[in-house]
Design a protein around this ligand. Structure first.
Ligand SMILES: Nc1ncnc2c1ncn2[C@@H]1O[C@H](COP(=O)(O)OP(=O)(O)O)[C@@H](O)[C@H]1O
Ligand SMILES: [Mg+2]
Length: 610
């Protein structure tokens, strides 16, 4: 499965059957109101025709009519001219009221159904996003994901109902008016219809252009959003290196790019409306000429003609709307196909169904190979067995693959060769949630969610009691610091924990891991960002966390792993040495000895000895 969104494609934009199949489940729950809404669009569209139609009797009977014409109504003889003169003004007001009520209903139903559909789309899309594996987040820019997530479902779902409604309304408007035309003169009606048909044709020719523009625009918006994100996350670097100018230039360039894309579409699409006007005006002129002839030769009444011309003029509005709707519908389909493209992404990390309930015996890497990108091996044939409650340290060169090795345990990524066994069972057989429930992970840079310190710790175990919380606060050596805060543990953190120091953040993360109390603990450079003093404090916190647990600890500073059971040296993706500190330090010219000497011996001695 290709996870890369960069080349925003919307391949299925013209595959209407696929799109309707996909959107249907979302329309289904609001079907009743959607249909009612579309049904209301019919009389709304037809109303224009009625206005045009009523002009004929008004002109023929009221304006031009003879007073002698009568009509028998419930036994009374009514003078038609007077009666119509009386009724028509009331009719117009009644009409406006009816139209108003229908319009209100229609607007309400459109917003209601549109938002409902859009909400369920967004909820499902969010679920999809949280279900995708690390790889998805590695290879896609946050900006593109964000912009596609925020704009497309909205466009796709809100427009679909709105545009369909408008479309139906226009179609029935056209039908109604054409019927009035037909009623008045079929020859003229045919001319009218042909002209309208010619006027709409260009709209159907531009869908490819719309798709291309919409996709290009999405990419630019994505880049812009990424730019925004980086301005936030990389703010310090930006300031330190005076990169503001570069960021500004980047943004300016993106804005210009977007302008060009929009204008290129306007250039292609913008002439359609004037052309339609032009074609329509020819139609109106032709019909008038012919109509004049018909009236002069007595083949058509003046009322008929007035009604006819009115419908012809009124016809222009739905025609234009129809053109607009068809364009919009294309945009909608493009957005929709992009949304369903996201839905079609499947997590590659599949859950098993065995429940993992603590570790009984061991964790084993068996001939494990791993690569992030095809044919770039990062872990090469790793064999390593770790006993229950053993603490093992991974050391080695930077970029050698230590973080990668431990990220395979909670299945952030799946091995590309070999297997990882927990108690002799391949971890792929375990239920993913239960597997991850058994592992606590403390990273070098620990993410804090918006909220209080308490909330951030409780994420480790939402069911923990206040007692548990106080205990881990003390164990993580956070109690002293927290007591200096005005709001204590209920202090609200800045975004990403910005208001905490690196060491404080790390201790919150350790508390989070402690309260989770998982049998397997992974510490990936959990103290590397600290100064010596805070490191000593955090180290004590870690010793507490590591008691009676199976622990993988990655440490840059070898002083922090003095009390581990065994040490594994990973060099360029290979396990090159494995043993206790004493064993490894005695390997002459060994990797571990070299690392150790670099950190603990004075520089001259190292240089002399190699
Ligand atoms: N998400 C990733 N996508 C692609 N390559 C990666 C990713 N993470 C790490 N790497 C590469 O894998 C190798 C091992 O990285 P890592 O496991 O982080 O090393 P260490 O933790 O030992 O410093 C490096 O060459 C690194 O560039
Ligand atoms: Mg690392």
């Amino acid at each position: 499965m290709d996870y890369k969104l960069k080349d925003t494609k919307s391949q299925s934009a013209f595959n209407y059957k696929y799109l309707l199949n996909k959107i249907f489940p979302y329309i289904k729950p609001v079907m009743g109101r959607a249909i009612l809404n579309l049904a209301i669009a019919i009389p709304l569209g037809l109303l224009d025709g009625v206005v045009a139609l009523s002009l004929k009797p008004y002109l023929d009977f009221v304006v031009n009519g003879s007073p002698e014409q009568t009509w028998t109504f419930m036994g009374h003889t009514v003078q038609l001219q007077a009666w119509l003169a009386f009724v028509i003004p009331f009719g117009i007001v009644g009409f406006a009221v009816l139209q108003g009520v229908l319009k209100y209903l229609s607007t309400y139903l459109t917003d209601w159904t549109g938002n409902k559909i859009s909400n369920s789309l967004k909820i499902d899309l969010f679920k999809k996003l949280t279900s995708l594996d690390s790889k998805f987040y590695d290879i896609n820019s946050s900006g593109l994901v964000l912009s596609r997530f925020l704009t497309d479902p909205e466009t796709a779902s809100k427009n679909i109902i709105n545009t369909l409604k408008s479309f139906i309304s226009s179609v029935f408007g056209l039908l109604g008016l054409v019927a009035v035309l037909l009623y008045n003169s079929w020859v003229l009606a045919i001319i009218g219809v042909v002209i309208m048909a010619i006027a709409i044709t260009p709209v159907t020719l531009i869908r490819k252009k719309i798709k291309k523009t919409s996709n290009a625009n999405m990419v630019v918006i994505g880049n812009m959003t990424t730019n925004f994100n980086e301005t936030f996350s990389g703010n310090k670097i930006m300031t330190a290196y005076n990169l503001q100018e570069i960021q500004n230039k980047k943004f300016e360039k993106q804005i210009h790019e977007q302008f060009n894309i929009t204008i290129s579409l306007t250039k292609r699409v913008g002439w359609m409306s004037p052309i339609m006007y032009f074609v329509c005006s020819i139609g109106v002129a032709l019909v008038m000429a012919l109509g004049n002839h018909l009236i002069l030769t007595g083949k058509m009444s003046a009322g008929s003609f007035a009604s006819f011309v009115t419908s012809l003029l009124l016809l222009y509005k739905p025609t234009k709307t129809l053109g607009h709707d068809l364009t919009l519908l294309q945009t909608t389909f493009v957005a929709m196909s992009r949304v369903f493209e996201l839905f079609d992404l499947m997590p590659t990390i599949k859950s098993g169904n065995k429940t993992l309930d603590g570790l009984n015996d061991s964790i084993e890497f068996k001939n494990v190979n791993f690569e992030y990108e095809k044919d770039v091996p990062v872990i090469k044939n790793l064999n390593l067995k770790v006993k229950k409650n053993e603490t093992i340290a991974l050391v080695g060169n930077s970029g050698g693959g230590k973080s990668t090795v431990v990220s395979l345990l909670p299945r952030f990524y799946d091995v590309t060769g070999g297997e990882i066994l927990f108690d002799g069972v391949n971890i792929k057989s375990y239920d993913l949630n239960s597997l991850r429930d058994n592992i606590s992970f403390v990273f070098q840079d620990n993410f804090m969610f918006t909220g209080t310190i308490r909330e951030n710790i409780m994420l480790g175990n939402p069911n923990a009691t206040e007692d548990d919380l106080q205990k881990v606060l003390a164990l993580a050596h956070l109690d002293e610091f927290v007591s200096t805060l005005e709001n204590g543990i209920d202090t609200v953190l800045g975004e990403r924990g910005a208001s905490l120091s690196g060491g404080q953040r790390q201790r919150v993360a350790i508390a989070r891991a402690m309260i989770k109390n998982a049998p397997i603990v992974i510490l990936d450079e959990a103290t590397s960002a600290l100064d010596n003093e805070s490191e000593a404090i955090v180290q004590k916190a870690l010793d507490n966390l590591m008691q009676n647990k199976t622990v993988f600890v990655i440490a840059h500073r070898l002083s922090t792993i003095s009390n581990v059971d065994r040490i594994a040296v990973i060099h360029d993706g290979e396990l090159v040495e494995l043993g206790t500190h004493t064993e490894l330090i005695n390997i002459k010219g060994g990797f571990y000895k070299k690392l150790y000497d670099m950190q603990f011996k004075p520089q001259e001695e190292i240089i002399n000895s190699y």
